[in-house]
Design a protein around this ligand. Structure first.
Ligand SMILES: Nc1nc2c(ncn2[C@@H]2O[C@H](COP(=O)(O)OP(=O)(O)OP(=O)(O)O)[C@@H](O)[C@H]2O)c(=O)[nH]1
Ligand SMILES: [Mg+2]
Length: 295
């Protein structure tokens, strides 16, 4: 029985591992992860339970200096997600200096007067001795409620963090139904899976200009789900790269995406993909709206 709940935002600069962390805390892959910055574009809720406490985590886009309307939207979502929650985890790299993005987020945390935990991620990439200077640097800037070094990738420190976060829970009912893992509809998750596979497969500037829309999502009586997806990119040359020589790239991406979708949906998937050029969609209010990047 859940009798306590807390809403906790994971904030931080792009690529620090917020989505890896939410997946580790929830115990399922609900948010896509890639080595490229600015992977997450929307607010994503992830639900976990520890004892009688429900923890609702909010994954956010990385806080960065925006250069497009899409970027403005992402930064706004990230900034606003810091308010009206029970606690914020400021997720940082294990580096002994406080960057511009971290300082800006700390300002948001101060404004919102919300408790904050410093989560030093990727501890697997540094020696143990390297953590103390990180704590020292951040302590000079802000008085965090606690500091937890973790590795979202290996899972080290995750349970310590979860226990620490349970302290911010307030008495009351659960915020989400117990069997719900995320607020994202399956269709949306399928679009994200395709975007993840594209980000992983493509080099250079192409990935940031990609959006995916599921245009058809139809479970058939025979247990197969038919999914049609349109991949938008910003230039003809990008379209060529996405399709690849003899369609090889798109085929590979489609196969990987289908594999993950079948795991997610627990059924066979018949996936059909199209690639379309939509010039400067990242700066078009109307396009952003259709693609779900607006309030
Ligand atoms: N070595 C190591 N790598 C990690 C760890 N956590 C995340 N990563 C890697 O860091 C990269 C970025 O991870 P994400 O979870 O996508 O980062 P994010 O903060 O959500 O990034 P944005 O959505 O772009 O803001 C991926 O390649 C992860 O595998 C960790 O604890 N250790
Ligand atoms: Mg992310």
């Amino acid at each position: 029985m859940v009798d306590r709940a807390a809403m906790i935002t994971l904030a931080g600069r792009p690529n620090v591992g917020k989505s890896t962390l939410i997946n580790a805390l929830v115990g399922e892959k609900i948010s896509i992860v890639t080595p490229k910055p600015q992977t997450t574009r929307n607010r994503i809720f992830g639900v976990a339970q520890r004892g009688s406490t429900q923890l609702v985590f909010v994954d956010t886009p990385g806080f960065h200096r925006a250069r497009t309307k899409l970027g403005d939207y992402m930064v706004r979502v990230a900034g606003e997600s810091v308010a009206d929650v029970d606690a914020v985890c400021l997720v940082v790299e294990p580096k002994p200096n406080v960057g511009e993005q971290e300082k800006a987020l700390i300002e948001k945390i101060k404004e919102a007067k919300v408790p904050a935990v410093l989560v030093i991620n990727k501890e697997d990439t540094v020696k143990k001795e390297a953590i103390l200077p990180v704590i020292a640097a951040y302590s000079q800037v802000f008085n965090f409620d606690s500091v937890v070094p973790i590795s979202a990738r290996t899972g080290d420190g995750i349970e310590i963090l979860a226990q620490e976060l349970c302290k911010f829970a307030k008495e009351g009912e659960q915020l989400f139904p117990e069997d719900m893992m995320t607020d994202q509809p399956e269709r949306q998750m399928c679009a994200e899976i395709i975007r993840e596979k594209l980000l992983m497969a493509l080099e250079s500037e192409v990935p940031h200009g990609i959006a995916v829309e599921i245009t058809r999502f139809m479970p058939r009586d025979d247990g197969v789900t038919e999914i049609d997806a349109t991949i938008y990119c910003e230039r003809e040359s990008h379209k060529g790269m996405i399709i690849g020589k003899n369609g090889e790239m798109l085929k590979r991406v489609g196969e990987r995406a289908r594999h993950d979708m079948e795991k997610l949906l627990g059924c066979h998937v018949h996936l059909t993909t199209w690639v379309r050029v939509s010039k400067n969609w990242r700066d078009s209010g109307a396009n952003l709206k259709t693609l779900g990047y607006s309030e």
